[in-house]
Design a protein around this ligand. Structure first.
Ligand SMILES: [Ca+2]
Length: 491
């Protein structure tokens, strides 16, 4: 069963394909599709810096081609490292990659690690592993537009600890001959940390983002996994005979293509494994299994303080909607109403975490304003006054809604809910309505507003039949911050 969100048969309207510019032109049906836009930053997460390949606008950029074996210590320091063949890091060798480097794979090649790899980006200068031709990629069995991922093939336990930090992996595949672990295949590695990274648009038969086996015990903390596809099992993670630490990740919107109704597959698929799964959001990862489980064969004793769709046994686990900032736009930061704020448990796991979250914000802050700083669930820590300089409480934007509750019956008189807000400065304003499942229902306003008091009307009049009674959330975003307000619609 192919993914259902492909655009088929439409001219993608690329800018200049004959001369190698395959970016979609403005107006292309591919623009803003699949939560990414070529030619624009690939990801625009609220308060998270853009991550995109550095663009070549005519001036010369540094580019180094690599393949073969790395036998000693090597430092990749260029705008672009182009991998033009299979690459191996031999035992005792150490490869270090400079922040901001784009590692692009010319064809379906991979990196095999027997030594050590340091891929330590920063919030402002992440490292990116990507295919050179991502526009050719699709979630299928073809190799074009993809690369083979990074494989740790039983490296020596005496090696230095390998590290991936603020590194993005995308368009990696694991196909039939070695179908495990799209981006990372970790076999018997005891010294590996994967922190504050992004895994998206990867594909494998088993473990679209990461696969582990052979008693591997990597630390997997603070990462975001979204839009990965597995053909058989483990649309994000597949753990075989291993015991990784899976802490404070956000795992959302990954898909299992397997349509076998009776096969209990899941986004985290365990087989003979004992992972520690703590403080993670595991949400909206579809599978065809009749029971919509998110974790297969987890151990409840080691599964705690997570937000898991459909719930899971274990201390502190919740199953409430995490209230992402904007699930549809792949913004997985927490909105003000999220039940994940301050609902994690930080004791004993702080050594596995970075001081900052994936967006570069301080990790453990008091988001619920109760005087106690506790860690949030997921890869992003809610910042009570996000983006406001000097944490100035006065620059917060608040929505007031009148009347609230709102009666649909009053619609006959032409009434609509009125949203009032006050701005301290001229700013972009975006107001959207979400239902209780976090799905966008409507856009009330998007544009620029001046300093002062404002009103916006949610015109549900004329939409009768589409707006049902129930609980909704109105979310306002400005350049500096955001907030949400509950709105109750009655019949
Ligand atoms: Ca917190």
């Amino acid at each position: 069963m192919p993914p259902s969100n492909n655009i088929i048969g439409e001219d993608p309207q690329l800018i200049d394909p004959e001369n190698g510019d395959y970016r979609p032109a403005p107006g292309s049906p591919a623009v803003n599709y699949g939560c990414q836009t070529w030619g624009e930053p690939l990801i625009q997460i609220h308060n998270l810096p853009s991550i995109s390949p550095k663009k070549d606008f005519g001036f010369r950029r540094s580019l180094i081609e690599v393949s073969g074996e790395i036998a000693g210590d090597e430092f990749w320091n260029a705008d672009t490292i182009r991998v033009t063949g299979e690459l191996s890091i031999l035992s005792d060798a150490v490869l270090t990659i400079a922040p901001g480097t784009v590692v692009e794979f010319n064809d379906f090649y991979g990196i095999h690690v027997l030594g050590t790899i340091y891929s330590e980006g920063t919030v402002d200068e992440p490292i990116l592993f990507i295919s050179r031709y991502p526009f050719l990629f699709d979630f299928d069995e073809q190799t074009m537009g993809s690369w083979k991922g990074i494989t740790f093939d039983y490296p020596s336990a005496l090696n230095e600890t390998s590290l991936f930090k603020y590194t993005t992996f995308e368009y990696a595949k694991a196909l039939s001959s070695d179908a495990y672990g799209g981006a990372l295949s970790i076999k018997g590695s005891f010294n590996l940390e994967i922190k504050n990274c992004i895994f998206r648009n990867n594909y494998a038969h088993y473990g679209a983002a990461i696969f582990t086996e052979g008693f591997a015990n990597p630390v997997i903390s603070g990462n975001l996994f979204y839009n990965n596809y597995a053909l058989v099992a483990g649309s994000a993670l597949y753990f075989l005979d291993s015991y990784p630490k899976v802490i404070n990740n956000t795992i959302a919107g990954n898909t299992l293509l397997n349509d076998q109704y009776a096969y209990d597959t899941a986004v985290i698929h365990n087989l003979l494994s004992k992972p520690s799964i703590q403080n993670n959001i595991i949400w909206q990862n579809p599978t065809s299994f009749f029971e919509p489980i998110q974790i297969r064969e987890g151990k409840p004793f080691y599964t705690s303080y997570n937000c898991i769709e459909e719930g899971y046994p274990g201390k502190g686990n919740i199953s409430d909607n995490p209230m992402f900032f904007d699930f549809a736009d792949c913004d997985y930061q927490l909105s003000e109403l999220s039940p994940c704020i301050d609902s994690g448990f930080s004791s004993r796991i702080e050594s596995y975490l970075e001081d900052c979250d994936l967006a570069g914000n301080q990790r453990i802050v008091d988001g619920s304003d109760d005087g106690i700083s506790e860690i949030d669930i997921g890869a992003f820590e809610f910042q009570p006054y996000i983006g406001s300089e000097n944490n100035n409480v006065e620059s917060r934007v608040e929505l007031m809604i009148y009347p609230n509750p709102f009666r649909l019956s009053s619609e006959r008189t032409g009434n609509n809910p009125m949203l009032r807000f006050s701005l301290k400065e001229k700013t972009n304003v975006d107001i959207k309505i979400y239902d209780i499942k976090g799905r966008k229902v409507d856009t009330v306003f998007t544009g620029i507003k001046n300093f002062g008091n404002h009103e916006a009307i949610w015109k549900i009049n004329g939409k009768k039949g589409k707006i049902a009674s129930g609980i909704y959330f109105a979310v306002i975003k400005t350049d500096r911050n955001s907030s949400a307000r509950k709105l109750i619609i009655l019949k």
